[in-house]
Design a protein. Structure first.
Length: 385
């Protein structure tokens, strides 16, 4: 019964996301507010091209469909292929498939959360603000002979007079209404929500992160250094021997030995892995830039939309995945069966195994991840600190 509740809780997550996506679609298609505008403003006097360099459909495929497909493919490559290269018991193979399914599910659920959050808020904000696009006048085709009829301001200067959207003569109402959906940029928020998330996901899976000390600082990492007992003591003894040889009257301070050992705890990943992880981020930047030179959005609209998508990406990634540098590329484990829908105050989150752990130092490779880190119950093999 408890397993059923756990499965049902994740089904409910997907249902909620689908509902929010549907509501966002409905909200995005209502008639927007139409902010009054100035016919002499150069900010809205750019040409309407009638097409987009990156269409909405292409942006959706690049930002959502492609990352989803690549997440599945890369999970199979990183976890299944190494496991097939060695002989495993039936239980081990079962655990490998459990891990593959969970990493795939967590990857997709995080992507969906990021995209739906950005889409929902972007759709609502566009119609609430009703900000004119840079090409509004070309879309509107204003009746310049009857400006006074549609004036909504009391300016005595003709060049400073604001007019309502009623001045537009374009018979295609959808083009005119879309001219008041400039803020925030939907393409930018969609691109960032999908592609920035995918960049973070790639960085985690490829182990591309800023090198770090296990304890956070040199002083705090002393215990972590000591845990690597024989190697550290041998290094320290060698340092002492060298010190006595080179300096008869003074020895190197302890901090030097700590630094010497700490610097070996981690190293920077190869640059080509960093480049791979940044490719989706670069694609998101290109999609955003296309909205600028298509005269579809003002600069602030694009930047704000990108930041919205980036925020939802970081939130969704951290919601389902361990930190890029410290997580060994894995997602957080599933919720415990006893806390499938509710945890309550003072219960330490949604896991029954909330302790401080350090990832097994022998599990750096995908093969170790597939074999050594999968216990009989599908949990991580870790060492308590």
């Amino acid at each position: 019964m408890s397993s059923f509740l756990l499965i049902l809780s994740y089904i409910s997550d997907w249902v909620i996301l689908i509902i929010f996506a549907a509501v966002g679609y409905v909200i995005g298609n209502i008639t927007p507010n139409k902010r009054p505008f100035n016919l002499d403003s150069p900010d809205i006097n750019y040409p309407y091209r009638g097409y987009d360099t990156v269409s909405l459909g292409v942006a959706f495929v690049v930002s959502v469909v492609a990352p989803a497909a690549l997440i599945l493919i890369l999970i199979l490559i990183l976890l299944l292929v190494p496991a097939l290269c060695v002989k495993n018991t039936r239980a081990a193979k079962y655990n490998v498939w459990r891990r593959i399914f969970w990493e795939w599910h967590a990857g997709w659920l995080g992507l969906a959360l990021s995209v739906v959050l950005a889409f929902f808020f972007t759709s609502g904000m566009k119609n609430v603000f009703g900000k004119p696009r840079p090409n509004l006048l070309s879309r509107c085709q204003p009746d310049v002979l009857n400006v006074a009829k549609y004036a909504v301001s009391y300016s005595t200067s003709a060049t400073g007079r604001l007019v309502s959207a009623g001045i537009c003569t374009n018979q295609d109402n959808s083009i005119v209404e879309d001219g008041f959906r400039s803020f925030p940029s939907g393409h930018s928020s969609a691109a960032a929500s999908g592609l920035v998330y995918f960049s973070l996901w790639l960085a985690a899976k490829l182990r591309v992160g800023v090198p770090f000390l296990l304890g956070g600082t040199i002083d705090e990492s002393e215990n972590s250094i000591k845990s690597r007992s024989h190697h550290t003591r041998a290094t320290a003894d060698l340092e002492e021997a060298n010190t006595e040889t080179r300096h008869d009257d003074e020895a190197y301070p302890t901090s030097h030995l700590l630094t010497h050992s700490a610097r070996r705890q981690d190293a920077a990943a190869p640059i080509y892995l960093l480049v791979i992880a940044l490719i989706p981020f670069g694609a998101a930047i290109y999609i955003c830039a296309s909205r600028w030179y298509d005269f579809q959005h003002h600069g602030f609209d694009i930047i704000f939309g990108f930041l919205m998508g980036a925020f939802s990406s970081v939130l969704a990634f951290k919601y389902y995945h361990l930190p890029v540098s410290r997580g060994a590329g894995f997602a957080w484990a599933p919720r415990s069966e006893q806390k499938a829908f509710w945890s309550g105050m003072g219960n330490g989150g949604f896991s029954n195994r909330r302790r401080f752990y350090r990832l097994n130092e022998t599990s750096d490779s995908p093969l170790h991840a597939a074999q050594n880190q999968l216990a009989d119950d599908g949990s991580y093999q870790m060492h308590a600190v």
